[in-house]
Write a protein that binds this ligand. Structure first.
Ligand code: ZN
Length: 361
């Protein structure tokens, strides 16, 4: 088994990590974060499960990281992402696991956001010999396939120079996530066509490393069951077409499962056979955090109204201390991620080799 240094992985190390996932038929959860509480909960959960993990943020999550009061909305999306990445670079190695740093959906309007982050990646590469992020995502699935691939190619040309990877999306994933996607779409479009995937492969594979979020009935968010049918065999068909048409080995594509929240467990398991190495999870960890905090607040209602109980004079400081209830949110995220590491079979499979400064997890 290959071994890697704990911490953020980019370039060759990133590719080593996802090759190990595909060969071992397991995947890593890609968890959307919005601040240090969620980042640290993800790191703690990964360390406890001895699994590597993917940390990512959406453009609005990045802006939140910078602060809601940050005056320039565009710069907030950029600086928040940079700040998040620097926090993870500082902390990840001390948790003793490998972390992939990613950003989530960027549609056509958000190409300038990705380009602005690329300026920071290039500056970081110049100084440290590696980029700040392992990979960014461009979701141009609302555009024509031709435009999607032309823009993706342009971005990947820039990324490949500094050892970065690009995730693209083919087909429309249902649901609503940061304004991308649609829930009234004709059902045929929820399934990516293998011919489109082949075209993407031909356009991109000689330029640099890329991964593909393919639609196989998955939706963003959690909806009532039965609305869409997950069909992991769509992934299998795309892999098989490229293998036969281009003479590659098995499962040539690095595939990403969007909208992992609320998905049927047997369909998650099936997708692991077809080259899925990353499963996005956002909605379920959001709910976990809020549920954990909410439960505590409901049980300690008075501590959220009074510093001292008006009748008994009992001081409530130990109950309203934000560290206490924020921790409840973190613990709930960790519990939900324990389930994700199980579903994705990544438990105990971290490629990180223990080092002297490793945090005892
Ligand atoms: Zn998506």
């Amino acid at each position: 088994m290959s071994q890697l240094k704990p911490g953020v992985v980019t370039g060759d190390d990133y590719r080593t990590l996802l090759k190990a996932c595909k060969a071992g038929k397991y995947a890593l959860p890609a968890v959307n974060v919005i601040g240090t509480n969620t980042v640290n909960a993800v790191l703690e959960a990964a360390a406890a499960n001895k699994s590597d993990v993917i940390i990512q943020c959406s453009n609005s999550g990045a802006a939140f990281y910078a602060g809601k009061g940050f005056a320039d909305g565009f710069q907030a999306k950029v600086m928040g992402a940079v700040s998040l990445a620097q926090h993870v670079h500082m902390m990840a190695e001390h948790y003793g696991i490998c972390v992939v740093l990613h950003t989530d959906h960027a549609n056509k309007k958000l190409i300038p956001w990705v380009n602005a982050m690329m300026d920071h990646n290039e500056a970081h590469y110049k100084q440290h010999g590696r980029p700040l992020f392992s990979s960014h995502m461009l979701d141009l699935s609302e555009e024509t396939l031709e435009e999607n691939l032309a823009e993706s190619k342009k971005m990947l040309e820039r990324m490949a120079k500094i050892d970065m990877s690009l995730e693209i999306e083919l087909g429309v994933t249902g649901g609503e996530e940061d304004g991308v996607g649609s829930d009234d779409i004709d059902n045929d479009k929820l399934y990516t066509q293998p011919e489109d995937v082949l075209q993407a492969y031909d356009t991109l594979h000689t330029i640099g490393h890329f991964s593909v979020a393919a639609s196989f009935g998955n939706v963003h968010g959690v909806y009532k069951p039965g609305n869409v049918q997950l069909r992991p065999e769509i992934l299998k068909n795309s892999q098989a077409l490229i293998q036969s048409a281009r003479g590659t080995g098995g499962n040539p594509l690095d595939l990403v499962f969007h909208g992992g929240s609320g998905s049927e467990k047997d369909k998650i398991a099936a997708s692991l056979n077809y080259g899925i190495f990353k499963m996005n999870i956002d909605t379920d960890t959001q709910f976990a955090f809020s549920e954990g905090v909410g439960k505590y607040v409901f049980e300690h209602e008075k501590a959220f109204k009074y510093q001292i109980d008006p009748e008994t004079d009992e001081p409530y400081k130990k109950q309203y201390d934000p560290r206490v209830w924020l921790r409840k949110g973190e613990e709930a995220i960790i519990e939900r991620l324990n389930e994700a590491f199980d579903d994705l079979r990544s438990k105990g499979k971290s490629l990180a080799v223990a080092t002297a400064n490793q945090h005892a997890a």
